[in-house]
Design a protein around this ligand. Structure first.
Ligand SMILES: Nc1ncnc2c1ncn2[C@@H]1O[C@H](COP(=O)(O)OP(=O)(O)OP(=O)(O)O)[C@@H](O)[C@H]1O
Length: 865
């Protein structure tokens, strides 16, 4: 019979705790160390690059890796960044006070989405935890940044949830176990997900959870009552916080709805194509990199939010423009504000630390200095004649009492670590002052005692010192050792001297040590009281922080406009888009020295220029033009000025961009299929206010196929009642023929100059089509061997003779447009019915006979037509 493994009490305790947190890496506090065992130890050693050892655990051997407890702040972020969930298990009682095994428990579960540690967080970005609920009709989503207290919810279709996920980039996503497949289907492997029990995703549980948290009877006050799917997700987020041992959550004081209707719609392709905040390759610069001139972390985070959610309300957009204009006209005001902003720390995260009681003494002083630095901003804004800025100023609270209280209570140079002492200011607490005078007057007392002993014993050179082994002692050199009185107790013999303790010294020592211990406890208690007192200010400081963030972003926009010569766009409720001499905000910053960006004008309307066909050789600047148009609209509607000579923008509700590229192959689907899927989704979603940018759509297939598809798409956009404004960049100069038949399609080309065998890019958009794709010239410029170029020219000549481009377009022109563009027209009720039938088929449970019957039914439906 195998001998039963004898497990030590410590390991028994460890196992019991580890069983409660099987998914987490358990840091188990033993004395001054955090230890990990078994699998956890192997992982920890690998991630932290620390030594992995083996030790006997009863009859088994187990791996072990540990680090000193004071290194937690530097090691924890590494573990979390490596994607680990880390359970911190601390000693819950003083080991000195118990004879049994010390009580231990998990005090915090740190996960990528629930982190309060400065080392894990990035100051200029939010750290969102998300939950997604797959409801019957819609999906619900919720985002929470526990480090700032922002809590948001929304619901909508899969594409909307996808877009929000790309915009908010949460560090962790919670999903019901049963929806694992659905999630991967929707979002792929781009996020760090954690699967939760299915029962948590219930509306009753969510409402109860949220009402308990906010101490409310209903969620009506937050305007989210009707968002049931979104609330389910929000409930799961709150549940996760308690599961991860986060119970101090006063800073999460409200839940906000992300109102889909209020913001410009951009789908994930557009967000990616426009490289708003994530570049397609690592070196590339994003729009955010170029426009973010904010100073405070709160400002930087808000700027990202404004970029993710550009506005559609004319008045709200104009208000931001007017405030920027005001700052530009009052540079000294902007200068004063920005100088003050430099002195303001991350107020939002500091006050969250008050709520979670994780703020350090030094940070409380930072909070005070930051709030003090706001006052001059408030005063300056109050004096302006701008109503909008005056309202901002009014919403700022100077928190005089808070400043005063911190000054009275906290030492000016209070340390980070409360155990270092000197935290509470002198004069704040009488008892503390008395204890301190006992502890600190010790030196005088000892000097006086030494003097006395020296006189009574006649020993001239006495010395008092202390060490860790036997505390205070008197040292006597050997030459005087015979004068030592009998009541001195010898403790140590050195080569030249002896060390003694005396009764008086011991009594005195006890008094000092007692005082020091009491000081320590009292300081902790007083600091704790201060933090609790400060927690009444959570809402007020959050409010201040939001005002400061807005002021910071507006100053950032003003600075951008001043430095980069941006102008105020005119926003109107019409449907025209008129950009004069527009520039690409990112490319213009990237050009080599000496080169300047060539501005271009674009005019789109529903009368005579709804669709512009832009032709031009490779590298001529077609894509740049398309993107700059979208970016200018986006910048304008997020409230910024724009890189142009002037811009009149009829409010845009959706921006779609599609690039016919070949890099989708890596995703496993054929490029063309992806391209068509993406394009189909545009065609099903356009409205009269939409802006559509199509870049080389159709190039993923053969030339004739490509031309036909591009033609059909343009035709559809032209004929569609929405008449969405469209820019279409293409190599296919055959498409220029479309203008003959479609009155609102116009041809433009990005001009070039042909010098003998060379092409000079002028980059100017000029009216008219072009009849060469110049691909061969570009190949030559790229250094293609002469022979290849020569041969290519010959083949081109031949092709043009046998299939003249006029011939192709004439053929397409001849074929009358179908009364119903059946490929894309999903408005047809019959097709809609068939589509519904097929979508709701559960293939997994369908028998072959049932499948045949279904097919027959569909056939019957179609033949009835
Ligand atoms: N208006 C401009 N002024 C100055 N440089 C420009 C301008 N437009 C584009 N460029 C430069 O030319 C490069 C190529 O532009 P872009 O990618 O827009 O060309 P394209 O016509 O779309 O080419 P392709 O058909 O190969 O995609 C840009 O990366 C940029 O450096």
């Amino acid at each position: 019979m195998a001998q039963k493994a004898k497990v030590t009490p410590l390991m028994k305790q460890y196992n019991a705790i580890k069983n409660k947190y099987p998914d987490a890496l358990l840091l188990f506090r033993v004395g001054d160390f955090y230890e990990t065992f078994g699998e956890d130890a192997v992982k920890t050693a690998r991630i932290l690059n620390i030594v992995l050892t083996n030790r006997n655990n009863g009859s088994e051997r187990t791996e072990l890796a540990g680090f000193p407890h004071h290194s937690l702040n530097s090691y924890l972020p590494k573990l979390v960044k490596a994607g680990e969930r880390v359970a911190i298990c601390d000693q819950l009682e003083d080991p000195k006070k118990t004879k049994k095994i010390v009580k231990r428990g998990v005090t915090e579960l740190v996960t990528p989405g629930v982190a309060l540690n400065d080392e894990v967080l990035q100051s200029r970005s939010n750290n969102f935890l998300a939950a997604i609920h797959f409801g019957k009709k819609q999906l619900g989503i919720s985002f929470l940044d526990v480090s700032t207290g922002e809590f948001l919810t929304a619901q909508g279709n899969a594409a909307y949830i996808d877009k929000l996920m790309r915009n908010f980039q949460p560090s962790e996503v919670l999903i019901s176990k049963k929806d694992k497949l659905k999630f991967v289907e929707l979002l792929g492997k781009d996020f760090h997900e954690f699967y939760m029990e299915d029962w948590l995703f219930k509306i009753d549980y969510a409402k109860e959870n949220l009402n308990t948290h906010f101490n409310t009877n209903s969620l009506k006050g937050f305007g989210v009552e009707d968002l049931e799917e979104g609330l389910v997700a929000a409930g799961v987020v709150l549940h996760y916080l308690s599961e991860t041992q986060h119970h101090q959550l006063k800073h999460i004081s409200s839940i906000l709805r992300i109102a889909e209707d209020a913001y410009v719609w951009m789908d994930k392709f557009t967000i990616r194509n426009l490289e708003l905040y994530q570049a397609t390759n690592q070196q590339a610069v994003t729009l955010l990199d170029v426009i973010d001139k904010s100073i405070s972390p709160m400002g930087s985070r808000l700027l990202k939010r404004w970029l993710a959610l550009p506005l559609k309300n004319k008045e709200a957009i104009k208000k931001r423009h007017q405030m920027i204009d005001f700052l530009l006209k009052n540079p000294s005001l902007q200068h004063l504000i920005q100088n003050q902003l430099k002195q303001i720390s991350d107020l939002e995260r500091l006050i969250s630390k008050v709520a979670t009681q994780k703020i350090s003494p030094r940070e409380v002083n930072q909070l005070k200095f930051s709030i003090a630095a706001i006052s001059p901003i408030k005063e300056a804004l109050q004096k302006t004649n701008s109503e909008a800025f005056q309202v901002l100023a009014e919403n700022i609270n100077s928190c005089q009492l808070l400043q005063q209280k911190i000054t009275e209570a906290l030492a000016e140079d209070a340390p980070v670590n409360i155990n270092k002492g000197h935290v509470i200011a002198p004069g704040f607490n009488k008892e503390l002052d008395e204890l301190r005078s006992i502890a600190f007057s010790g030196k005088d007392y000892l000097d006086e005692m030494l003097e006395r002993e020296s006189q009574t014993t006649g020993i001239p050179k006495l010395k008092i010192a202390s060490n860790n082994v036997f505390g205070y002692y008197i040292e006597v050199r050997n030459t005087h050792k015979d004068k030592v009185p009998d009541n001195w107790i010898r403790k140590q013999t050195l080569v030249n001297a002896e060390r003694y303790i005396t009764e008086e010294l011991k009594t005195y020592e006890a008094k000092i040590l007692g005082a020091e211990e009491k000081i320590h406890l009292l300081e902790q208690e007083l600091f704790q009281q201060l933090v609790v007192w400060l927690s009444d200010y959570i809402k007020v400081v959050q409010q201040n922080s939001f005002q400061i963030a807005q002021i910071d972003v507006l100053c950032s926009f003003a600075q951008l406009a001043r430095e980069e010569h941006y102008v105020e766009p005119e926003i109107n409720e019409g449907l025209d888009l008129i950009i004069e001499e527009g520039r690409h905000p990112v490319i213009e910053k990237q050009l080599p020295a000496g080169e300047s960006y060539i501005s271009n004008s674009v005019k789109l309307n529903q009368e005579d220029q709804q669709i512009i066909m832009i032709t031009g050789p490779n590298m001529s600047g077609k894509s740049a033009l398309l993107r700059q148009t979208a970016l200018i609209v986006l910048l304008a509607q997020m409230g910024s000025f724009v890189p142009a000579k002037s811009a009149q923008i009829g409010i845009v509700d959706k921006i779609f961009t599609r690039v016919g590229a070949s890099d989708n192959i890596s995703m496993g689907e054929s490029t063309f299929m992806v391209e068509m899927n993406e394009t189909a989704s545009i065609l099903n979603n356009i409205s009269p206010r939409s802006l559509v940018l199509l870049d080389e759509i159709g190039r993923g297939t053969s030339t004739y196929d490509g031309i036909s598809i591009a033609w059909a798409i343009s035709e559809y956009l032209h004929e569609h009642p929405a008449q969405a404004k469209t820019l279409f960049a293409t190599h296919y100069h055959e498409l220029n023929e479309m203008t003959q038949k479609f009155e609102r399609i116009k041809n433009y080309n990005v001009s070039i100059k042909q010098l003998k065998n060379k092409i000079l890019f002028l980059r100017k958009l000029v009216p008219g089509g072009s009849n060469h794709s110049f691909g061969i010239h570009v190949a030559k410029m790229a250094g293609m061997p002469q022979h290849v170029i020569h041969r290519a020219n010959k083949i081109l000549e031949k092709l043009e003779q046998s299939h003249g481009s006029e011939e192709i377009s004439a053929t397409i022109n001849k074929s009358e447009p179908e009364p119903q563009l059946s490929f894309f027209n999903l408005d047809d009720p019959l097709l809609e019915q068939i589509k519904e039938e097929i979508i709701h088929l559960d293939i997994n449970t369908l028998t072959p006979v049932e499948a045949l019957m279904k097919l027959n039914e569909i056939k019957r439906l179609l033949s009835k037509e």
